[in-house]
Design a protein around this ligand. Structure first.
Ligand SMILES: Cc1ncc(COP(=O)(O)O)c(C=O)c1O
Length: 484
């Protein structure tokens, strides 16, 4: 066959170039329309199971169908039944403001089906991951001995960090080992400890101080008590931006204590870590450069589409010591220490090329644009705190910290805690019905609070004001159902 000819494909999964272009352009149009119309879309949308069963349950298709028609179904029956975590008025949980450049990078990574497990199979991709990880290392102030890798998200990064801490500190002697963190720590840490085989009796959850931070004095006491009782304290997990309130534990002091006691210190900066790129955020995250390992999710405050987490460790060798196992069929991939096989640094062998999206978006927009975007979230949360403080019906419960402010609708009456808790939960359900904005609740010391998490750079002050006004209106409307 000369190069001008095309063979008739025998591949049953083949599309012609024209068919691929038609499908691809339609997909791009859908995505661009989504970005362009997002602000005008309803923030909240979800359907109940019966409704979706009726529309989407069907037998496995033996024969194919036109992708254009299927795309229409995806648009109307699937993508219209999701909340938009990237909407400028989505303030619940941790929002997911992405960016178009990274979406395209994900398409490229999938299109070329890059295998980011070994140098031999994807040397260019491995180099981009090394470079991008090194940028994050520098931003976090880690030493040059540090290394890291991209993972699916914070849960897997926290799991990997605890696996490394266990390997390095315990060498398999787990029975007496104890680990420590505050009651504000993300549930993924407890889950990680459970997966790794630690029993509830080995986990010390320390009550946080009035600022929702780990109390060093209580930590010291618990560690000393445990040593006296024959336990083997080995690891502390600190929070660099709790999901509840954005609180940051006092890393400089905790790190000093951990060093003196020979304890591993892991920082969960999955949410807050992105703030390290701006002055205000870096000041809040003081001391994170001194930890042994750190979780930071680019799919949170570095504006990347899901799934993208990151783990950094202080000494590159710890990753290999924990995870490297060479299989019989993988020996030709051993090209020497300089040629990193990322599959040796973590849990996954087959890995997607996530680094590309962070690399391409940082190169396209520049760190300065990311910095401005992060600063915006920090400033808007402070603005929200000011608006809430002026509102006679609301009470600020925790001040603006790393983009999060918590409060409750109190209505000016004298309702009991129980009634106020129910009322504030009810407000969220009404918000979901209204579709204008989305906030979620959390609990602080038995109090149900509403939580603004403001990290979307498209959010405006008007969005905040209108959302507070709506919450007050809904609270007022619900008040008669929740009497004093
Ligand atoms: C502080 C913190 N740690 C860990 C996680 C878990 O991250 P992921 O959902 O990416 O697994 C979250 C998620 O919100 C978080 O806020």
């Amino acid at each position: 066959m000369n190069s001008g000819q095309r063979s008739v494909s025998l591949n049953p999964l083949h599309l012609s170039a024209d068919q691929m272009r038609a499908l691809g352009y339609r997909v791009i149009d859908l995505i661009v329309d989504h970005f362009e119309s997002l602000r005008d879309k309803p923030v909240t949308r979800f359907a109940d199971r019966a409704f979706l069963e009726q529309r989407l349950r069907e037998p496995i298709p033996e024969h194919g169908a036109d992708p254009a028609g299927l795309l229409y179904r995806i648009e109307t029956e699937v993508l219209n039944q999701i909340m938009h975590l990237d909407h400028p008025r989505f303030f619940a949980y941790v929002p997911g403001p992405g960016n178009f450049v990274s979406v395209m990078a994900d398409a490229l990574a999938a299109g070329f089906n890059v295998f980011s497990g070994s140098w031999l199979e994807s040397s260019g991709a491995a180099m981009i991951e090394l470079v991008t990880i090194d940028w994050l290392r520098q931003l976090c102030g880690f030493p040059e001995t540090a290394a890291g890798l991209f993972l699916s998200g914070g849960s897997i990064a926290n799991l990997s960090a605890l696996a490394i801490a266990r390997e390095i500190k315990l060498k398999g002697h787990n029975a007496q080992a104890t680990l420590y963190f505050s009651d504000q720590t993300h549930s993924s840490v407890t889950r990680a400890a459970k997966i790794l085989g630690f029993l509830p009796s080995q986990i010390r959850v320390i009550q946080s101080d009035p600022d929702y931070r780990l109390s060093l004095a209580d930590l010291e006491t618990r560690v000393a008590e445990d040593r006296n009782a024959g336990c083997f304290p080995f690891c502390v997990v600190g929070n660099a931006g709790t999901t509840n309130t954005g609180a940051v534990d006092s890393f400089p002091e905790i790190a000093e204590f951990c060093r003196a006691e020979g304890l591993w210190l892991h920082a969960d900066a999955a949410y807050g870590g992105g703030a390290v790129i701006c002055d205000k955020g870096r000041a809040r995250l003081q001391g994170i450069a001194g930890v042994d390992s750190l979780t930071l999710d680019p799919h949170k405050w570095l504006f990347q589409p899901y799934e993208m987490g990151c783990l950094l460790v202080r000494e590159a060798a710890w990753l290999g010591e924990t995870f490297k196992i060479i299989s019989d069929y993988g020996k030709d991939e051993e090209l020497g220490d300089q040629h990193i096989n990322f599959c040796d640094l973590g849990i996954q062998l087959t890995r997607r090329f996530s680094a590309l999206k962070l690399w391409l978006s940082l190169k396209t927009f520049g760190l300065g644009a990311f910095r401005t975007a992060v600063e915006r979230g920090i400033d808007l949360a402070e603005f929200a705190e000011a608006v809430l403080s002026e509102c006679s019906k609301c009470e600020v419960v925790s001040p603006a910290r790393l983009g999060i402010v918590t409060f409750r609708y109190a209505g000016g009456g004298k309702r009991s805690l129980k009634v106020l808790n129910e009322l504030n939960r009810a407000i969220v359900f009404r918000l979901i019905e209204e579709k204008f904005a989305m906030l979620s609740t959390t609990e602080l010391g038995g109090m149900v609070v509403l939580r603004f998490c403001i990290i979307n750079p498209a959010t405006t002050q008007t969005d905040i004001r209108e959302t507070v006004d709506l919450i007050v209106r809904l609270g007022d409307e619900l008040s008669s159902e929740y009497p004093d």
